[in-house]
Design a binder for this molecule. Structure first.
Ligand code: NAD
Ligand code: ZN
Ligand code: ZN
Length: 407
């Protein structure tokens, strides 16, 4: 059965390469970053997925830029959609050939957090701390899926089957966003309290920011303002009806006031994370910028959704405190206004079925909003470079040539 497998491997800051990698087995083997407690873990509940589409994410870039403690040799990729190639002995609900979306969180379905649908902080899949993911530093050591094949643990619990394969393949550029950024952007908005008539500020016009902005419209927002420093990304946000703020012009309040008549929004979403740059021309990196500015921008009693990633260890940080994840937060600003926050991995499973239904029934067109761009597996290293330079694109890898347009 074992077929040839190739995948995108992290080789150190700035370098990824497509290499031969092992075909998945029904046991987690030793590898870079696999915690000893996870080595030899039996995966009879898992399924091997032949990958149809797998996307490059800003979360991968944190590692590839050398801003985490990711180990050399890590197989990258947590945004996976594919066809089941093999099922383990204990899989009951899926069969070979099913086309599925794989949530980037790896969850067991058995622990307290999974039972409460907080699958982003599963207590058993990562011995180091709650929360596991494919191809990610400190997330349990599970091999990533920017590859031909990947092992998906606890398949019955984690996977979402597309009801009609042919129909799904026609919308694959949209459906591929269900493994992460569509639910993540949506979760950012839901936790920020976005609803009919809301005014929303989204920091960041990368794929997650654009997915959040799209979700805000989808949830009925009255005005959606997207902020970034990259002109092409702001243009992309305007392409589907967003207002924009150019953060190189200074603090966002003035521009927000020009748009809304007041320097305040109902809801705010951080789609930037710890590599945030300061506001103003040629501003340097300043990791607390977005959090501090959202506390000022959001109305009293407002909510802030924070899908943007913050780390516990950042060897590439400029100052000593930030190297260990400590930021200069002006928490008093938020406290005085009774602002609330939601952080963490998006629990994809809370949203993916509903968003799939919206896509399949032509109610949501997320691929165009994020400018989904299909490339081959061998083009992945170039994709990483272009994405790092700020291309207004969401790169979708087509490792097995199964997405027709790019085959
Ligand atoms: P990205 O790097 O493509 O986008 C980040 C954007 O933020 C860039 O365009 C950058 O120019 C912009 N930016 C920098 N400083 C800014 C500021 N002060 N104000 C406004 N914009 C600013 O990444 P992405 O793929 O869009 O992901 C965004 C964040 O979401 C990352 O931190 C990623 O790790 C995180 N993420 C989290 C989850 C989750 O489950 N919580 C899932 C996916 C991604
Ligand atoms: Zn991602
Ligand atoms: Zn669990």
């Amino acid at each position: 059965m074992a077929d040839k497998n190739r995948g995108v491997v992290y080789l150190g800051p700035g370098t990824v390469e497509v290499q031969d990698i092992p075909y998945p087995e029904f046991e987690l083997k030793e590898g870079p970053g696999v915690p000893p407690e996870n080595v030899g873990r039996k995966l009879d509940h898992g399924a091997v997925v032949r990958i149809v589409s797998t996307n490059i994410c800003g979360s991968d870039q944190h590692m590839v830029r050398g801003r985490t403690t990711a180990r050399k040799g890590l197989i990258l990729g947590h945004e996976i959609t594919g066809e089941i190639a093999e099922v383990g002995r204990d899989v009951e609900l899926f069969k070979v050939g099913d086309l599925v979306s794989v949530p980037f969180n790896i969850a067991c379905g058995r622990c307290r957090n999974c039972k409460e649908r907080n699958t982003g902080v599963c207590e058993t899949t990562n011995p180091g701390r709650p929360g596991a993911a494919y191809g990610y530093v400190d997330m349990g050591g599970w091999p990533g899926g920017q590859a031909n094949y990947v092992m998906t643990p606890y398949a019955d619990w984690n996977l979402l089957k597309f009801p009609d394969k042919d129909q799904a393949m026609e919308k694959i550029r949209d459906l591929t966003m269900l493994s992460d950024i569509f639910p993540t952007g949506y979760h950012g908005c839901v936790t920020a309290g976005v609803g009919s008539g809301s005014t929303v500020y989204v920091a960041g016009a990368g794929p997650v920011g654009l997915a959040a902005a799209y979700s805000a419209h989808f949830l009925g927002a009255a005005v959606v303002i997207v902020a970034d420093a990259i002109p092409d990304r702001l243009e992309q946000a305007r392409s589907f009806g967003c207002e924009t703020v150019d953060i190189t012009q200074g603090e966002p309040e003035d521009q927000v006031e020009q748009i809304l008549g007041r320097p305040e929004v109902d809801c705010a979403v951080d789609c930037v994370g710890f590599e945030a740059r300061g506001h103003g021309k040629n501003a340097a990196e300043a990791p607390a910028t977005v959090l501090n500015s959202l506390m000022r921008l959001v109305r009293a009693a407002g909510r802030i959704g924070i899908p943007g990633l913050y780390v516990t260890e950042d060897p590439g940080a400029k100052d000593e405190a930030a190297k260990h994840g400590s930021l200069s937060l002006s928490l008093g600003t938020g406290w005085a206004k009774s602002v609330s926050f939601t952080t963490g991995q998006c629990p994809v499973m809370k949203y993916h079925r509903e968003l799939m239904m919206a896509i399949l029934n032509d109610k949501a067109h997320i691929a165009d909003a994020v400018n989904a761009t299909v490339i081959t597996l061998d083009e992945a290293p170039q994709g990483y470079k272009d994405f790092d330079k700020g291309a207004a694109r969401k790169y979708v890898l087509n490792p097995n040539g199964l997405i027709p347009q790019a085959a």
